[in-house]
Design a protein around this ligand. Structure first.
Ligand SMILES: [Fe+2]
Length: 295
């Protein structure tokens, strides 16, 4: 069976048919999926009821796993529910109970409802993320994606020139502060030290430029904080206008793979006090700091 990809949105996002994510892929299948990622930036695989091990094997077809970076006691408390390489994006604690509303682990997770690019707070941000739906709530809990290439293309000429060489500082401190969660330990503050990221990235294969925005971005280098925040907010609102956004309504067995270099995403609300949403992510490491890219 050959791989086919059908567009789900006018500017990005494809649905893949002809792939069974539970089995090893052939070189042709890997190439078809990679080409699909270069073109669509987000790919949806339906009816993939996979285990954690199968998700890890599938992910490794496309590169090296990213080392999960959340430090300190956040990691110690959270990581136990799932094994190495699997990031837990559920509302469950390590014993399988719904996390208390006032638990700081939950505050960390809540900020994923802001538009962001995965691990843009790391020195080498993530390449692809793969999220699989294991248990879904009866209402809500979509994941929204925004095409940051389309956002870049639609900038006016003056703004394109303005953003071309800008460098932003990204940190988990900024994205958590954005929802009013600022009580971080010294260990966390040290681990979340801001990193420098280019605001304009060029895709290594397609050559398309994109805006590298994220809730983790808190300052533009050389600018005042208020000027930085206002400009990044303007750019984010531009980038997440309806024409550039796809909202994924999850079905059981969905696996969605996205390119963090070309998209932003956010989770959306569900009844997180009463219902379980068990989503599991594997992440592929980027290959170099964005700052090394020639603009
Ligand atoms: Fe994310």
């Amino acid at each position: 069976m050959s791989v086919t990809i059908r567009p789900l949105h006018p500017v990005f996002v494809g649905e893949v048919a002809g792939i069974d994510c539970r089995h090893p892929l052939s070189p042709d299948e890997i190439a078809a999926i990679e080409a699909g990622m270069d073109r669509y930036a987000v790919l949806v695989f339906r009816d993939q009821h996979i285990t954690d091990d199968e998700q890890l094997v599938f992910t490794r077809h496309f590169g090296e796993l990213e080392a999960y970076r959340t430090p300190g006691h956040i990691r110690r408390r959270e990581a136990q529910r799932l094994g190495p390489g699997m990031a837990d994006f559920s509302n469950l604690d390590k014993d399988g109970n719904i996390i208390a509303a006032d638990d700081r682990v939950w505050f960390f997770k809540l900020a994923d409802r802001l538009w962001h690019s995965d691990s843009s707070f790391g020195p080498v941000p993530a390449k692809y993320s793969l999220l699989s739906a294991r248990i879904l709530p009866s209402w809500g809990g979509n994941t929204d994606f925004a095409d940051m290439r389309a956002a870049y293309d639609a900038l006016d000429r003056r703004t394109k020139a303005e953003v071309e060489h800008l460098v932003c500082l990204h940190s988990l401190i900024y994205s958590r502060a954005a929802i009013g969660f600022a009580e971080l330990s010294d260990e966390e503050m040290a681990a979340f030290r801001p990193v420098r990221q280019r605001l304009v990235r060029t895709h290594p294969v397609s050559g398309r430029k994109s805006l590298f925005l994220s809730a983790h971005a808190g300052e533009i280098e050389g600018w005042t904080v208020p000027e930085s925040r206002m400009f990044m907010r303007d750019l984010s609102e531009h980038a997440t206008q309806r024409d550039f956004v796809y909202s994924h309504e999850w079905r059981p067995g969905d696996l969605v793979m996205w390119d963090n270099r070309q998209t932003m995403h956010r989770a959306s609300r569900f009844d997180d006090r009463r219902e379980i949403r068990d989503m599991r992510r594997t992440t592929l490491a980027g290959d170099r700091p964005t700052i090394e890219q020639a603009a």
